[in-house]
Each structure stands twice: as C-alpha cells, then as structure tokens.
Design a protein around this ligand. Structure first.
Ligand SMILES: NC(=O)c1ccc[n+]([C@@H]2O[C@H](COP(=O)([O-])OP(=O)(O)OC[C@H]3O[C@@H](n4cnc5c(N)ncnc54)[C@H](OP(=O)(O)O)[C@@H]3O)[C@@H](O)[C@H]2O)c1
Length: 260
C-alpha cells in the first residue's frame, strides 16, 4: 500500500501557533502540502514558518473570527501558492470552564465569536471558493481532485459535558454547521468533515481556566490523554483519501475516557 501523500495540496490551518493546529500544520507539511498558518500571536507563527520552511509555509496573523482576516488567509494561499486552497482546517477555538450557570459570562462573547461565528465565516468563504472550482462540471467529474474543509468539533459537542457545558454548546453548534455544509457541498465535490476529540493536552486547559489539580485528577482517571499529534494524524488520514471517499466524522478519545 502506498504511503498517504498530500503532495500538491494547498492548506490553510487556523489556530496553528499551538496545540492541535500546530501539529496539523506540521503533519500536512511533512506529507507534502503547502500551508498557510494563522493565529493571533505573530511571533509564534513566524517560528512555525521557520520550522516548516519558508517555501512551504507562510503566516497570516490575526483574529480569524474576523471576515477580513479570513479573506486575507484564503487570498494569501492563492497569491503565494498559485491556486485556491483545497484543504481548509477550521481549528482555532477556545474552551471555558463551567456551565451556563457557573462559567464566566465576560468570556462568553469571545468564545462564541471564535468558536461559532468565526468557524461559520470560514466554512462559508472556503465553501464558496472551493465549490466555484467545480462550477460547470457535473456528476462524478466534480471529483477531479480532493477538496476538504475539516472542522474541529469535540466529544462535548455530542455528549453534554458535566464540567464545561457552555463551551460544549458552541461545539454542538459547530457540529450542526458542519453537517449542514456537508449536505450542501458534498454533491459539488467538497468534503466537509468533523473531528471530535476527547481530552487533548495543549494550551486549551489553561485558556479554559481549568484548575490544575482537578485536571490532574481527570487525567489520572481517564489518561493518558490524547496528544495534538494523535488528532493531527486523524486529520491527515481524512484529507489523504481519494476524492470520491469521504471520512466525514471521526470521534477520537483517550481509550480510558468513558465520558463525555
Ligand atoms: N484540547 C482539547 O481537549 C480539545 C478537545 C476537543 C476539541 N478541541 C478543539 O480543538 C481546537 C484546537 O484546540 P487546542 O487544544 O489545540 O487548543 P490550544 O492549544 O489552546 O490552541 C488554540 C489555537 O487557536 C488559536 N486561536 C484562538 N483564538 C483565535 C482567534 N480568534 N483567531 C486566531 N487564532 C486563534 C491560538 O493561538 P493564538 O492565541 O496565537 O491566537 C492557538 O493557536 C479548538 O477548536 C478546540 O475547541 C480541543
């Protein structure tokens, strides 16, 4: 069997300065893709580009919940690599400790803007551009090459979380957006896919405000938790399928994670 290859693919990865997005950018580049990386911390992005190689990666810094930044990201893929991006990873997002009753309300807007509104804008803009490429084609001819939008959901977007249900509600929304876009864009040759990880060790826990002692207890009970590389391998597997094969939805948990 041949090794999976993403040679010739042009990728955009949001939230690529840390965690899952960084691991995804690394594996896509290692398998031959050209990569546009995005996050808000420019210095970290420059390091990522240095590591992946200047001819293989470029950085577009900014808040990817803003439509103007999304436009810049996708335009940069085309102007730098000569073609519209065909592998868009909608990854940037943040968690929040607590429920609708207990979470910090001052963080709700930023979370909803990043996790839901930003994801929706990127799915929309990427979907419009990717489906334009198959305009005028019909039937199986739309599958002339693989085209992907891969979205980071979560196990807490499928099973209500006992400890972060406010965050989980944003992932329930993202799951709905992704499945709706899949139905709309699949017939036009664009695969819109969902990855639903369980616990992954990254900057996520600190940003969400989880108590370290509590987290240690959770990891002792369900661990070892996933690493960003575990999720990145899944993304690369999905993207490297032949154009007519769609691995549309993958739920990936640490083996000992019973719930959520
Ligand atoms: N870790 C988990 O247990 C877990 C489980 C299931 C799903 N997920 C999902 O997986 C995705 C990645 O999470 P992670 O674990 O890798 O978290 P992480 O380590 O905190 O990384 C989040 C990334 O997103 C970027 N980011 C955040 N807000 C942004 C914005 N408005 N615009 C641009 N970039 C932004 C951050 O960089 P800057 O700060 O530089 O902008 C960082 O690169 C998220 O959607 C998360 O909900 C995580």
């Amino acid at each position: 069997m041949s090794k999976p290859s993403l040679e010739g693919r042009i990728a955009v990865v949001t939230g690529a300065s840390a965690g899952i997005g960084l691991a995804v950018a690394r594996i896509l580049a290692a398998q031959g893709a050209m990569v546009v990386v995005n996050a808000r911390r420019q210095a970290k992005l420059e390091e990522v580009v240095g590591e992946l190689g200047k001819g293989r990666a470029i950085a577009v810094a900014g808040d990817c919940s803003e439509p103007a930044v999304i436009g810049r990201l996708l335009d940069a893929a085309r102007s730098t690599f000569g073609r519209e991006a065909d592998l868009v990873v909608v990854n940037a997002g943040r968690g929040l400790n607590g429920s609708v009753l207990t979470s910090d309300t001052s963080q709700w807007e930023e979370m909803v803007r990043t996790n839901v509104i930003g994801a929706a804008h990127l799915i929309r803009e990427a979907g419009l551009r990717l489906s334009k490429a198959t305009e005028g084609k019909s039937g199986p001819a739309v599958l002339d090459r693989a085209r992907d939008i891969i979205v980071l959901g979560s196990t807490v977007g499928r099973h209500v979380s006992p400890f972060s249900s406010m965050y989980g509600s944003t992932k329930f929304a993202v799951h709905g957006l992704t499945e709706g876009a899949r139905r709309e864009l699949g017939p036009r040759g664009v695969r819109v896919s969902l990855v639903e990880p369980g616990f992954v060790v990254s900057e996520f826990q600190g940003v969400a405000g989880y108590d370290q002692k509590w987290m240690d207890g959770v990891f002792e009970r369900i661990g070892p938790p996933l690493t960003p590389d575990d999720v990145a391998r899944t993304v690369a597997f999905m993207a490297s399928q032949p154009a007519g094969v769609h691995v549309a939805d993958v739920l990936i948990r640490p083996t000992r994670q019973d719930y959520p």
